[in-house]
Design a binder for this molecule. Structure first.
Ligand SMILES: Nc1ncnc2c1ncn2[C@@H]1O[C@H](COP(=O)(O)OP(=O)(O)OP(=O)(O)O)[C@@H](O)[C@H]1O
Length: 274
């Protein structure tokens, strides 16, 4: 069991509710307060990006949301249940695809593995794996091993594995930081396409301001550590986005500049007013 019911969850319709999250790492002698007080919600079907300067606590936040790390105080509530371990309805895609795929398994076996653990019946598993590999454009290489594929293709496998699992929420932790710029653009479009097609909720952590504005419906900007939310920016760009038109739109530039200024303020130690 990875989640426990919370009596206070009924007051929110949000899929994910991060409430006054605080994380202090206990070191030798003294604690390090990485996250001070983080609160935000994500509604079902939203695509929300988190940005912040290096060391802002993005990974700490994501690990707490994923139930991989205990918070010191506050709570993470997913679908009305307090997260106390990796939740069933969640899948995570990490930056280091090389370490998250099993090299001795084929692409198909890698994607299928979590479904076996979830005890999905065989025929259903095969359908989900086939559809997920088709969705990321890798149907042809289902029998290859990860080490036979490029970095971008390996990350597509990791995305297919997450998608096949049919999560209610997909967490992505700087998933494209290790691929080249062209592949990154393709993968960004893949995430938007899958998000629209599947209706999955996505929480996407990145240090890349342009990427956050291009992908998100909202961008939550974090202060530097000990972390609070500096601003929750609504990205009111048209829903149909593409790399050329969207990125060259004047309003994209305005939003990008706004988030950029917030990150500069974060680096200078600004905190939200009040
Ligand atoms: N295990 C740990 N023990 C002590 N302090 C830690 C530990 N992990 C992270 N920290 C500290 O917590 C703060 C936030 O770290 P975290 O890795 O979450 O930030 P980040 O925003 O993901 O950074 P980056 O963008 O550089 O990956 C930093 O000051 C970091 O030094």
């Amino acid at each position: 069991m990875t989640t426990t019911p919370t009596g206070t969850a009924e007051d929110t319709a949000a899929l994910l509710d991060v409430r006054a999250l605080r994380k202090v790492y206990q070191g030798r002698g003294r604690g390090v307060e990485a996250v001070s007080d983080l609160s935000f919600t994500v509604d079902a079907g939203e695509l929300v990006c988190i940005v912040g300067p290096s060391g802002a606590g993005k990974t700490t936040l994501l690990r707490c949301v994923a139930g991989l790390l205990d918070c010191t105080s506050g709570e993470v509530v997913l679908e009305g249940q307090k997260v106390t371990g990796p939740p069933v309805g969640m899948a995570v895609v990490f930056q280091e695809y090389g370490r998250s795929l099993f090299p001795w398994m084929t692409v198909r076996e890698n994607v299928e593995r979590p479904l076996k653990e979830k005890k999905v019946p065989r025929a259903e598993r095969q359908r989900l794996v086939r559809e997920a590999l088709e969705a990321v454009g890798l149907a042809e290489v289902h029998d290859a091993h990860p080490w036979q594929l490029s970095g971008g293709m390996q990350q597509r496998v990791a995305i297919a594995r997450a998608v096949a699992y049919e999560p209610h929420i997909l967490l992505m932790d700087e998933p494209f930081a290790a691929v080249d710029a062209q592949t990154r653009a393709d993968l960004e479009d893949l995430v938007r396409a899958l998000w629209k097609r599947l209706g999955v909720t996505v929480l996407f952590v990145t240090h890349d301001i342009d990427e956050s504005v291009y992908l998100g419906q909202r961008v939550i900007v974090l202060s530097n550590s000990p972390t609070v939310v500096l601003e929750d920016v609504t990205i009111d760009l048209p829903d149909e986005r593409d790399q050329l038109t969207t990125r060259s739109a004047p309003h994209f530039a305005e939003l990008r500049a706004h988030v950029y200024r917030l990150i500069q303020q974060a680096k200078e130690g600004h905190r939200p007013a009040g």
